[in-house]
Design a protein around this ligand. Structure first.
Ligand SMILES: [Zn+2]
Ligand SMILES: [Zn+2]
Length: 274
């Protein structure tokens, strides 16, 4: 038995008990030690992303391997691991062309005719969200949905590699095309009120461009209170601004930055995540 935060119906989570099956040949049973709360989890919880219920959210986790299936070669009991929400089969057209994140192979999940990975009350299925369901004391996942990490790394930091870090880093390296030394702005807070955030962001960026707010200042009082500016250039923000996240900030909050760019009528690229 394992405790889990279960989405019984849209609107909130309930703590309950579930049972995890024994690992199949390519599965890994993990004692969950840390899990982030991603904005996508909130979308599932508030119903924006429909999902069969009951289900257990949570998809950026770290833990310690408790047991492995008979064919698992990649990790072993005692390994510290980070979860991955894009498990790959290794032999579909996407996997064999180096695009494992797009894998459509069904064998990272259990067949519909097989016993479910997660049940409760003596057999009632509980849906596994994003092939992980990390809001639980244990996870039973495919071996290609986790990777071993250095045991020196704190598991609460390692957990967010599973989604936030890779999503943000992918946006920076693959979509924003920023290079070292370029001008950036970074926000560290989730934006609740996008209209208010846009207004504040616009005012802040315009003030910054006029030299009224020093680089690195925390100038916001509302939704974008955590916005910081870095590496302010000689040119003004009306000319150009490149928006991306700086290392050490929450990497799931770039929507506020895109809004800031729009509000300030600056010309450049906004990358929106989460
Ligand atoms: Zn996520
Ligand atoms: Zn595949």
């Amino acid at each position: 038995m394992a405790k889990a935060a279960i989405l019984e119906q849209v609107g909130g989570l309930t703590i309950g008990e579930v049972e995890l099956a024994d690992p199949a040949p390519h599965e890994v049973l993990i004692d969950t030690k840390a899990c982030g709360l991603c904005h996508s989890d909130l979308h599932f919880i508030d119903g924006a992303y429909p999902h069969p219920l009951p289900a257990i959210p949570g998809h950026e986790a770290a833990g310690v391997v408790r047991a492995v299936g008979s064919e698992v070669k990649t990790v072993k009991p005692g390994d510290h691991v980070v979860s991955c929400l894009s498990a790959f089969c290794g032999h579909c057209e996407f996997c064999v062309t180096g695009r494992m994140a797009l894998c459509l192979g069904g064998d990272t999940r259990r067949a519909q005719t097989a016993a479910p990975r997660i049940t409760r009350n003596g057999g009632e299925p509980v849906a596994q969200m994003l092939n992980l369901s990390a809001f639980a004391e244990q996870m039973l996942i495919h071996e290609h949905a986790c990777v071993a990490i250095d045991k020196d790394m704190p598991l609460d930091r390692a957990a967010i590699i599973g989604c936030a870090v890779t999503t943000g880093a992918g946006a920076i390296f693959n979509a924003c095309s920023v290079v070292p030394g370029e001008t950036v702005a970074a926000s560290t807070r989730y934006v609740d009120d996008i209209d208010n955030a846009m207004e504040e962001a616009g005012e802040f960026l315009l003030a910054a461009s006029e030299g009224l707010i020093p680089a690195g200042a925390d100038g916001f009082t509302g939704d974008l209170q955590g916005l910081v500016l870095g590496n302010v250039p000689a040119r003004t923000y009306e000319d150009e601004i490149t928006l991306f996240k700086t290392v050490g900030t929450a990497l799931s909050d770039i929507a506020g930055l895109a809004a800031a760019a729009a509000a300030a009528e600056v010309e450049d690229l906004g990358i929106v995540l989460g």
